[in-house]
Design a protein around this ligand. Structure first.
Ligand code: ADP
Length: 485
């Protein structure tokens, strides 16, 4: 192991099932690489359907007592988990940067935001209220109670290896559900380190399980097994649709956080320097590998050239390199496939008349680095308009009128996040209402927090994570009609 951790026990190369650290039945492991250097970081068990089935059985057994525990006792365990995560923030950040590539400063803030989600849902555990309903007859009392859905399966991506787990598991556990997680194969170690701390916090065996290995087989078992009552997925729209179809056979509930194609609209009355600062945060964080990254930057014609010049100067200041260097602000992409995709989109745009004001090619910092790029003259007939870039590429589109910008922004099957910049209060309200998106940043390029509902509409997903809404995804409403003698 190339990592120097204060607490070496956080780095686990085994899966976590029923409170035990286990290898695959077959004994087979696969390597996990550091995307900045290509060096092997370690191994992870290559598990499949049988191990997943056993993890689900463990979760089913653990559910019996976990759901009966007083919610304040569940909250206390979650709170301890949160505190342990904060105590081990530096080690967890080192693990994340090593396997995912993002700059250490971003890993540290992801760890603290993961802890914030857990803290929030520990508090929400105590507030799963039911209601009384005025009855239409004198001999009845009508009421509702909220009960945990049951065993939850969670499939998470590599771009936020800790936060996605915190965002799904803490509300599920707070609600009284038990969980089986399949982390992304690129980033298993952040997930496993969180499990070490959950065990240390006193989470009973089987309440949280992590299975690593073959995505298809694990996913098939999770979706087919009748004991699983809910699937919470974050990843691509393509895979989300397949999983929804599979869940239909046992009528499982689903929460889906899928792809996005975020517009970022700059109107001519915007504060351009402020908008540039926000587009940098929205576009280049995590090397552009987030589902809420600005994907289509639309700029009104009278400020287009000035905005492009300001953005290019700001992009020139970006420090590209391994995330483990303290001064790095842009790390590598996750794998070869990501580089090929980003480069293909840029080449397509350039071949159809776009211009690169900066970047436009892979970067010589390493095999998985792509130069931060600003493209001008981008139009709807280029692939980059329709695809989620997932890379550090800022394409600038030109528009004349407000209605045109809104039509352009909504001309996509996605509906996750949208941003716009304007100082006209009437326009701020009008555009906020007109954008067909689950989340809107009005003079803001960042959105996510534990206190607010994160989620999309259209083909960007179903359900909300965070805020007072997040825990409801893991609770069923039971209606009770009490007859009175
Ligand atoms: P990305 O292309 O960004 O990796 P994916 O949607 O492919 O996004 O991956 C998100 C998560 O879904 C990962 O944990 C991945 O292993 C998992 N996954 C991919 N394909 C399947 C599948 N067929 N069944 C279950 N999980 C899958």
């Amino acid at each position: 192991m190339s990592l120097s951790l204060r607490d070496k026990s956080l780095f686990r190369q085994q899966a976590f099932i029923g409170g035990l650290w286990l290898d695959a039945d077959s004994g087979r492991n696969v390597p996990v690489y550091n995307p900045a250097t290509g060096a092997e970081l370690g191994q992870m068990p290559w598990m499949g359907a049988a191990e997943t089935r056993r993890a689900i059985e463990c979760a089913e057994q653990a559910l019996v007592s976990w759901k009966k525990m007083l919610s304040k006792d569940r909250a206390a365990i979650l709170r301890r988990w949160c505190n342990l995560i904060l105590e081990h923030q530096e080690d967890l950040a080192q693990i994340m940067t090593a396997e995912q590539g993002k700059p250490l400063s971003e890993s540290r803030s992801e760890i603290s935001s993961s802890a914030s989600y857990i803290e929030w849902f520990a508090e929400e555990a105590k507030r799963t209220y039911g209601e009384t309903i005025p009855a239409g007859k004198k001999d009845q009392q009508l009421l509702t109670i909220r009960q945990p859905i049951g065993v939850v399966a969670a499939i998470t991506p590599w771009n936020f290896p800790a936060q996605m787990i915190a965002r799904k598991c803490s509300p599920a556990l707070a609600a009284g559900c038990t969980v089986v997680i399949k982390p992304a194969p690129q980033t298993p170690y952040s997930a496993l380190a969180l499990a070490v701390l959950a065990q240390m916090a006193g989470l009973p065996d089987g309440v949280l399980n992590i299975v690593t290995g073959k995505a298809g087989e694990i996913g098939d078992e999770m979706t087919a097994n009748p004991a699983v009552r809910k699937l919470s997925f974050t990843g691509s729209t393509v895979v989300g649709k397949v999983l929804m179809e599979k869940c239909a056979l046992t009528v499982k509930q689903v929460s889906m956080e899928l792809g996005g194609n975020a517009p970022f609209i700059v109107f001519d009355d915007a504060n351009l320097d402020f908008a540039v600062r926000h587009v940098l945060a929205s576009k280049f964080r995590n090397s552009g590998q987030t589902c809420v990254c600005a994907n289509r930057i639309m700029v009104q014609s009278s400020v287009y050239d000035e905005f492009a010049t300001k953005l290019t100067s700001a992009v020139r200041e970006i420090k590209i390199g391994p995330g483990s260097n303290e001064n790095t602000t842009l790390g590598p992409l996750i794998d070869d496939r990501a580089i090929d995709k980003v480069d293909g989109l840029v080449r397509d745009a350039l071949s159809k008349g776009a211009k690169a004001l900066i970047g436009g090619t892979p970067h010589n910092a390493g095999a998985l680095f792509y130069a931060p790029t600003v493209l001008t003259g981008v139009t709807q007939n280029m692939q980059v308009f329709h695809k989620e870039i997932f890379g550090p590429v800022a394409p600038l589109y030109l528009f004349e009128k407000e209605e045109e910008a809104i039509d352009l922004a909504n001309a996509t099957r996605y509906g996750l996040a949208a941003y716009f910049f304007s100082r006209d209060v009437g326009r701020v309200w009008r555009v906020s209402e007109a954008l067909e998106y689950g989340m809107v940043g009005a003079n803001s390029g960042t959105l996510s927090s534990e206190a607010t509902p994160f989620g999309g509409i259209k083909e960007s997903g179903i359900g909300r994570e965070g805020g007072k809404y997040g825990i409801q995804e893991f609770l069923e409403i039971k209606y009770i009609n009490m007859g009175l003698e």
